[in-house]
Design a binder for this molecule. Structure first.
Ligand SMILES: NC(=O)C1=CN([C@@H]2O[C@H](COP(=O)(O)OP(=O)(O)OC[C@H]3O[C@@H](n4cnc5c(N)ncnc54)[C@H](OP(=O)(O)O)[C@@H]3O)[C@@H](O)[C@H]2O)C=CC1
Ligand SMILES: O=C(CO)[C@H](O)[C@H](O)COP(=O)(O)O
Length: 470
């Protein structure tokens, strides 16, 4: 008798795919995996155990034949050429109305192209960003699907079962047409870059100016994680700071080379924000600081040319309090910039995103999950949902409470030559966004002076030009 077909297929049994497929099986669905690497297939079969629930093969036709129709198969392979290679390798065996889901960090425009290409072949294709790392994929990630709503309905029960749970609500929701899912995941990662940069700066300042030891830093981050800064990134920072090194007597964090790598999603967020004309400086600078970190040898040489002195001190406990307020401010400003980009991109690309839904599915499972997202979801739920979080009364009050301290902390860092690029930038962005008059009138005058680019006036409608040199 022919065996019952499997409910779900997964291609790419690496860090994410292996964990995701095990999660699918844990939730009562049968799942079939595919990877070209025999070892990965064998290892999944070993852990998956019961082949009625989980099975795998290195053969594309065997994999496709094992799936129930319409076939629902998800790719968790590296973004870029691998996605196209997998699609081409599977296409000959697929039937009309089968569904391919790209769960990786694919560039959103690639998703749009793939959707049209596969539509011409009768195959549904949509992107569904997945966040939560290995543990999230295994125990409950946040999932960000876009594309065809009809195709999504077919996998909805599986995604809702495997996604993280926030107080009874699954951290997955259909977000919008076309590449909405991959776009939202890209901005999620941009926010991730911003938050990580802020945390690293605060850690640096506390260490260099406050003379905090690693155990003291652990305690501080651990305490913060129980308050309004509660978030996955603060939680793991506390864990990292207590990890001893197994090769020396010290702490592992101190032995890690200070060069941060990146796979592209943060850079894409900044590039796209530039294209759309939306300022997200805290995310931009986070990308730049990773780039700057790569110039390690030059930094070492430059240090000898520009000696720095500690010139200002502050009592340790007081600095700890300042740091908490400043990080809270930085968190709000980073989410605010990310949501502003999503709001404008949604109009530009016709995604019709609901910001409250986005905030809700980020409350658990993903890397940027934080208590603050509950407040953000509430802000976007109001009848007059703000176009920008800084225009929301509740957020205005939270920010006003912290701003004086942020100014003190940024000044302290500048005086002590501790680079606070993300936080300093967030503060400057805040001062710019809340200024009713910026000095950009002078820039307009300069443009008109050297290039007859014209300007508008504050008192009369119209376009003006002045012959400045007369
Ligand atoms: N790691 C993470 O924390 C997160 C990753 N992501 C995204 O998820 C995607 C997968 O990431 P991750 O699991 O970390 O990557 P891995 O490199 O761990 O796994 C990718 C897997 O895909 C396999 N693969 C590549 N090409 C093919 C092919 N043509 N046919 C079948 N299998 C293939 C690889 O096999 P082989 O190694 O033999 O080439 C590997 O097993 C990426 O887009 C990533 O950006 C998203 C969220 C979090
Ligand atoms: O998607 C993720 C989490 O949601 C990845 O972990 C993230 O892409 C890591 O990015 P990078 O390698 O650029 O730091």
């Amino acid at each position: 008798m022919e065996r019952k077909k499997y409910d779900f297929g997964l291609v790419g049994l690496g860090v994410m795919g292996r964990n995701f497929i095990l999660n699918v099986a844990d939730n009562g669905f049968s799942a079939y995996g595919h990877d070209l690497d025999e070892e990965k297939v064998a290892s999944l079969l070993e852990e998956g155990g019961d082949t009625d629930k989980i099975n795998a093969s290195t053969s594309a036709p065997i994999f496709i034949e094992a799936l129930s129709r319409p076939r629902k198969l998800m790719l968790l392979v590296p973004a870029g050429k691998a996605v196209d290679a997998v699609i081409e390798s599977l296409l000959p065996y697929l039937d009309k109305n089968d569904i391919i889901i790209d769960g990786g960090n694919s560039f959103y425009q690639d998703t749009d192209h793939r959707e049209s290409y596969l539509k011409s072949k009768g195959i549904h294709f949509f992107g569904a960003g997945v966040s939560g790392g290995a543990k999230g994929a295994r125990r409950g990630p946040s999932i960000m699907p876009g594309g065809s709503k009809e195709a999504y309905q077919e996998v909805k029960p599986i995604f809702e079962a495997v996604a993280a749970d926030f107080k009874g609500e699954a951290c997955v929701a259909y977000l919008g047409p076309k590449s909405a899912g991959n776009y939202v995941k890209m901005v999620h990662n941009g926010i991730e870059y911003g938050l990580m940069q802020l945390i690293s700066e605060i850690y640096d300042l506390l260490k260099k100016v406050g003379n905090y030891s690693n155990p003291e830093l652990h305690d501080l981050f651990d305490t913060w994680n129980k308050g309004r800064l509660q978030s996955f990134l603060v939680e793991i920072t506390a864990d990292i700071l207590k990890q001893k090194d197994d090769k020396t007597d010290g702490y592992l964090v101190d032995m890690i080379l200070d060069k941060a790598k990146q796979k592209g999603t943060g850079k894409w967020t900044s590039q796209n924000a530039m294209d759309l004309g939306i300022p997200i400086p805290t995310i931009d600078i986070a990308v730049s600081m990773r780039e700057l970190s790569a110039f390690k040898q030059e930094r070492i040489k430059a240090k000898t040319l520009y000696p720095k002195k500690k010139i200002d001190q502050i009592e340790k406990g007081e600095l700890g309090k300042w740091a908490e307020e400043a990080l809270y401010f930085g968190y709000i400003l980073t989410y605010a910039q990310g949501f502003h980009l999503l709001t404008e991109a949604s109009k530009e690309y016709g995604y019709d995103l609901n910001m409250q839904t986005v905030a809700k599915i980020w409350r658990a499972g993903c890397i940027i999950r934080a208590g603050l997202l509950e407040n953000i979801a509430k802000a976007f739920n109001e009848t007059n949902a703000p176009t920008h979080l800084l225009l929301n009364d509740a957020f205005a009050s939270k920010i006003n409470d912290t701003v004086p301290t942020v100014r003190n902390l940024v000044s302290l860092a500048i005086k002590n030559a501790v680079p606070l690029a993300g936080l300093g930038n967030a503060l400057t962005y805040f001062d710019g966004y809340t200024a009713d008059r910026l000095p950009l009138n002078l820039i307009q005058a300069q443009r008109d002076y050297f290039g007859s680019h014209t300007y508008e006036r504050t008192d009369t409608e119209g376009i003006f030009h002045t012959d400045w040199e007369v």
